[in-house]
Write a protein that binds this ligand. Structure first.
Ligand code: S3P
Length: 169
């Protein structure tokens, strides 16, 4: 199937880059967080607050299975999706998996003051980013077919780079 799947940490630009990439490729665009919010008719932060993280992860698993049959789509994924092995296998089946790699410094610049991500809520968000990134970075790398560095690059440039990679594959 011809799809492009963007993975990476919160704040790495998956949604912004994904929308631009979809326009360049003439593909549809799907954001997994937005899809879940529409289906659940609730904000992600409310799902976490009312039902807990485990319930949110189950919604992610179900949603991935539901969307697995799509074609010509750029999919921007929530940062936790590749952490489950089953999901990593499914993402690879769905399409070419691109990891948007951002340094901790860049992520902190973008995420400081963010109130939409429940995993960073409360004390010491910087420490939370550090701990989560250390755990996730090797997993993202393993899950990806290609890695793109996003530090100091704008979304338009990154989208163009991904288009080149995909078209030359
Ligand atoms: C999460 C990332 C978020 C969202 C949820 C959990 C994570 O998506 O799915 O808050 O576990 O990294 P973004 O990566 O789009 O911010």
């Amino acid at each position: 199937m011809s799809n492009i799947v963007l993975i990476g940490f919160m704040g790495s630009g998956k949604t912004t880059v994904g929308k631009k990439l979809a326009v360049r490729m003439g593909y549809s665009f799907l954001d997994t967080d937005q899809y879940i919010e529409e289906q659940a008719k609730m904000k992600i932060s409310d799902i976490f607050a009312r039902q807990g993280e485990a319930a949110f992860r189950s919604l992610e698993d179900c949603m991935l299975k539901k969307i697995a049959g799509m074609d010509r789509t750029v999919v921007s994924t929530g940062g936790g999706i590749p952490m489950r092995e089953e999901n990593r296998a499914l993402l690879k089946k769905i399409g070419t998996v691109i990891y948007l790699e951002a340094s901790e410094e860049t992520l902190w610049k973008r995420l400081a003051g963010d109130h939409t991500r429940p995993l960073l809520a409360g004390a010491d968000p910087r420490g939370k980013i550090h701990a989560l990134l250390s755990e996730r970075e090797p997993v993202y790398r393993r899950a990806a077919d290609q890695v793109i560095l996003v530090d100091d690059r704008n979304a338009g440039y990154i989208a163009k780079e991904i288009e080149k990679i995909v078209k030359s594959a």
